[in-house]
Design a protein around this ligand. Sequence first.
Ligand code: PXL
Length: 282
Amino acid sequence: MKRILTIQDISCLGKCSITVALPIISSMGVETVILPTAVLSTHTMFKNFTVKDLTSELVPITQHWKSLGESFDAIYTGYLGSEEEIAIAEKIFDDFKTKDTLIFIDPVMADNGKLYAGFDEKYAALNAGLCKKADIIVPNITEACFMTNTEYKTTYDESYIKHLIDKLAALGSKIVVLTGVSLLPGKTGVYGFDTVSGKYFTYQADRIDAAFHGTGDIFASVSVGALVQGVSLHDSFKLAADYTAITIQETLNDPKKPWYGVNFESTIPELVKSLSVLLKDL
Ligand code: PXL
């Protein structure tokens, strides 16, 4: 069985970060090891959330794993929370990376043109530095703009997206995948660039006009859960984009939908079914 280490916060209530990554990656038949960066009562879109920072725990926990000789097929970072944790994540990559370890970075820090509460431009610059260690990075357009000092636009064309991707690739990741890219009416998806093959790729799923929290974490979890099992780049990102789209649709259909996250729990059986088709073809 493949094994992914994910490094991000636990937002106890809120359906994001580890409370999404753990069930989704596990449902995909991959062992999920967690390294919580902080425990929050809720994610940061709620008012008056509490935070217990866990920075001081990260090194002792990973040193214990190292002493046991443990290893990971992929390391997936999401919401890190502090500048010091970015430096520690870099050290964990160095300590655990072998030639077969996939380093997958979702530089969670911003959306809709704005940084999340508690982050500033220095934090964005440090995340940009971390990207040099990555095999794959999956920023949204806002995060890409903050990391590359590019003007954020809500209306754009393909040349703007390619320019942004080229600037992201210069940060040093092998593969760059920009998320939330809408180039066709009624569609949204990913636009990527593989620096090894020199090829751009894109996949557009149906766009559902609703913004929900945690969908980036769902997209990243499905992508890394498929990639680590040998599913191709195109099929992994298609699976993730389609699953995110059907999950948002499912949530909209729920008259009692939560405002703070999506009903991914209801759509997991479809994810498992679609993945099993892809795995059979490998
Ligand atoms: O979904 C990203 C995320 C993860 N963790 C925390 C957050 C957010 C987005 O706001 O607040 C704590």
